[in-house]
Ligand binder design. Structure first.
Ligand code: CP
Length: 297
């Protein structure tokens, strides 16, 4: 079976008009009220991995929502059988997070309803990239021509991958930055318009957007760079932010590890859009659900 045509599995499949349509719809959404156009629709959350921001914002985006984590998953039912079960129960769409890259793509080949990928392994997190694009365009009005630096553990980051595809497609210059172990040069082949840089001070020169990513200490084990060296070379600090444009914004998808990938003064400073990103998650996910459920009027 082919995936449902309105599934949102990754940003690499989205066209620029599709991205613009979701952002336009998200701007119209009231995050305090689940939209009328989603009333009566049934969305199932299948979360095989923990989440605070993504899960809560999808929950707030819906009026009728069922969570399957504490039943079938814990009893050992297969992914496809769980998908069939919730579809047979009448789900109109499935929102899914899974630790394995590709799991939502696999399920989408067996299930006749749209699937929204809420993060799969190291692969994609399209709703995060869309809410990030909404946040950027709230400040910069357009993505085309912006210099966006994404710094941290690029290799393990589905957020970096989804953002790199979406932003480069929309005409932004994307610089992926980190030590070679975490930001391998091959990442330049993800899409046109993407470069890899191993020197944060160089990457930040003239940046419009600085996106810091979480560093998991255990992922530095066995790598050439120590935790102390990472902090010295790649932490986003007030001193480093002076290399970026004065009106540059700072972003972080969360969860933040303060004092490691980002200094407190930057995370809480006037350029930080971190709280705004979380808030934009609800509006963006309302727009995504309305789009995949074809509830847009
Ligand atoms: N940014 C993000 O995906 O956060 P959660 O893991 O809390 O959903």
């Amino acid at each position: 079976m082919k995936p449902h045509p309105r599934s949102l599995l990754g940003t690499d499949h989205l066209t620029v008009p599709e991205i613009e349509a979701i952002l336009k719809l998200a701007r119209r959404m009231d995050p305090k009220r689940a939209p009328q156009l989603l009333r009566g629709k049934r969305v199932v959350l299948l979360f095989y991995e923990p989440s605070t921001r993504t899960r809560t914002s999808f929950e707030f985006a819906m009026t009728t929502l069922i969570t399957a984590t504490s039943s079938s998953i814990e009893k050992g039912e297969s992914l496809i059988d769980t998908g069939w079960t919730v579809t047979s129960l009448g789900a109109d769409a499935i929102v899914m997070r899974h630790p394995s890259s590709g799991a939502p793509y696999l399920l989408s080949r067996f299930i006749p309803v749209p699937i929204v990928n809420a993060g799969d392994g190291l692969h994609q997190h399209p709703s995060q990239a869309l809410l990030d694009a909404l946040t950027i365009t709230n400040h910069k009005k357009r993505l085309k021509g912006l210099r966006v630096v994404i710094v941290g553990d690029i290799f393990h980051s589905r957020v970096a991958r989804s953002n790199a595809h979406l932003l480069s497609k929309c005409g932004a210059e994307v610089i992926l930055c980190g030590p070679p172990d975490l930001a391998p040069d091959v990442a330049e082949t993800l899409a046109p318009g993407i470069t890899v840089c191993h020197d944060l001070d160089v990457a930040l020169l003239g940046a419009d957007v600085v996106m810091s990513l979480r560093i998991q200490k255990e992922r530095l084990a066995g790598k050439q760079i120590s935790l102390e060296d990472y902090i010295a070379q790649f932490q986003v600090t007030p001193q480093r932010m002076r290399l970026a444009r004065p009106d540059a914004i700072v972003m972080h998808p969360g969860p933040i590890v303060r004092g490691l990938e980002i200094a407190n003064e930057v995370a809480d400073g006037p350029q930080s859009c971190v709280h705004e990103q979380v808030a934009n998650g609800v509006k963006t996910r309302m727009a995504i659900l309305a789009t995949v459920l074809k509830a847009v009027q």
